[in-house]
Design a protein around this ligand. Structure first.
Ligand SMILES: Cc1ncc(COP(=O)(O)O)c(C=O)c1O
Length: 408
């Protein structure tokens, strides 16, 4: 497929240079199908969902629910009730941190996360543990950035039932390592502990089948998988979603309201209080369709692997450059490279490269404890999507060498 023709943002120039967009792990660009649906809904079906009987409202509701059905199919979730729309990964994890903890976590209990978590899968658990009088435990990663399933097993055995949930990232946004989530879920389940997977990066790079994975919760954001910002998904098993209390109260999440008592709407609406971002939710359908087409395109996938291998080799040749996240098996690494270069500040390099038309991420990557583990407070990150090219990788390496030379 001629993928670049579907992403108009890639054609633009910045500072007179052709854009090389290597910040896909932060936000991906949107395909023409998503842009067209966004525009169309704002013109043809801008009415509040699930409410009025008029045509615009009915159409908007149909599009919203079609977005949900597209997500359900993409994740192979058993039913519509298992797919909750949120504003993003952060909101989805906060929902579970608040409602799961309220229902199942008592003083003295523990929540286990990994050392490689984005702040979105760390701070909500700190807050929830504080509220519940529980303790947050952290499973370390090794120098390569890998998690040990044996260490998880030992930790769960030693906790003697006090760990109530394991919350780990599917793919780290810093290390680019695909965690052994299937084994993590199976191990936790052997100890009767449910698992939440932060899929913000995972949904983009691997087909996800929540029933095959058997995870209890899976959270992701639309904007990283070619949909607009302001929409995200929480997949949850029915049992937990039914037993957990609602998150926010308001319109749409109720069954009946009196001053004395309110009863709640059935799933998934119980967790969808207030007017939802129905345009963005509807856009999940074309966004996931594009993701599926790109995932099934063998040439695009081979190119992603080739770009990953090329960058691993060429970046490694730059003196003083260190890459973080180097799994023993190359297949466990996605084309996402966080690195530092001795004698050059990441933000300085990012600024110079920006002027050369290359968009990278620099800073703490929303994972301060992980960076600290490697003795860093800031890194530079290049994260690729299927629409990136080998020619862009070559330009990037040349430009990075020039930028490093300017600073040293
Ligand atoms: C692994 C991971 N988790 C969570 C998030 C938070 O996503 P959002 O800001 O869309 O809620 C991100 C975003 O960078 C991420 O990479």
């Amino acid at each position: 497929m001629d993928v670049r023709t579907h992403f108009p943002a890639l054609d633009r120039q910045v500072y007179g240079k052709p854009l090389i967009y290597f910040d896909n792990a932060a936000t991906a660009q949107r395909p023409d199908t998503v842009l067209a649906l966004q525009q169309r809904l704002c013109v043809e079906a801008n009415g509040n969902i699930h409410r009025a009987v008029h045509k615009l409202s009915a159409d908007a509701t149909d599009f919203y629910e079609a977005g949900r059905e597209a997500v359900r199919r993409y994740l192979n979730a058993p039913g519509r009730e298992n797919v909750i729309f949120t504003s993003g990964t952060t909101a989805a994890i906060n929902l579970v941190a608040t409602c799961f903890t309220a229902r199942y976590v008592a003083p003295g209990d523990r929540i286990l996360i990994s050392e490689a978590e984005h702040h979105s899968n760390l701070v909500p658990w700190q807050l929830a543990c504080e509220r519940a009088g529980a303790k947050l435990e952290v499973l370390p990663v090794d120098e390569a950035g890998e998690l040990s399933v044996a260490a998880l097993e030992a930790r769960l055995a030693a906790a003697e039932g006090r760990i109530k949930l394991v919350a780990v990232t599917h793919i780290s946004n810093v290390l680019g390592i695909v965690n052994p989530v299937q084994e993590i879920v199976a191990t936790a389940h052997r100890h009767g502990v449910p698992v939440l997977l932060d899929g913000a990066q995972g949904i983009v790079h691997e087909p996800v089948d929540v029933q095959a994975l058997d995870c209890d919760f899976y959270a992701f954001s639309g904007h990283k998988v070619y949909a607009p910002t302001g929409i995200g998904v929480l997949y949850g098993k029915t049992r937990y979603l039914n037993e957990m209390p609602p998150y926010m109260g308001g319109g749409e999440m109720i069954d009946q309201v009196t001053f004395e008592k309110t009863t709640y709407a059935p799933l998934p609406l119980k967790f969808e209080a207030g007017t939802q971002n129905y345009v963005a939710a509807a856009c999940m359908a074309p966004a996931l369709e594009m993701a599926r087409q790109m995932a099934e395109d063998a040439a695009l996938q081979a190119n992603l692997d080739a770009m990953r291998d090329y960058l691993l080799e060429e970046l490694g040749r730059i003196e003083g450059l260190r890459i973080y996240g180097t799994p023993r098996e190359a297949a466990h690494k996605i084309p996402l490279f966080s690195f530092t270069v001795e004698g050059a500040f990441p933000s300085d390099l990012a600024q110079i490269l920006d002027k050369m038309g290359i968009a990278l991420r620099s800073g703490h990557m929303c994972a301060e404890p992980l960076l600290r583990r490697y003795g860093q407070t800031s890194m530079l990150r290049a994260s690729l999507a299927p629409y990136n090219t080998m020619a862009e990788c070559e330009t990037f390496v040349k430009s990075l060498r020039r930028a490093v030379d300017m600073l040293r």
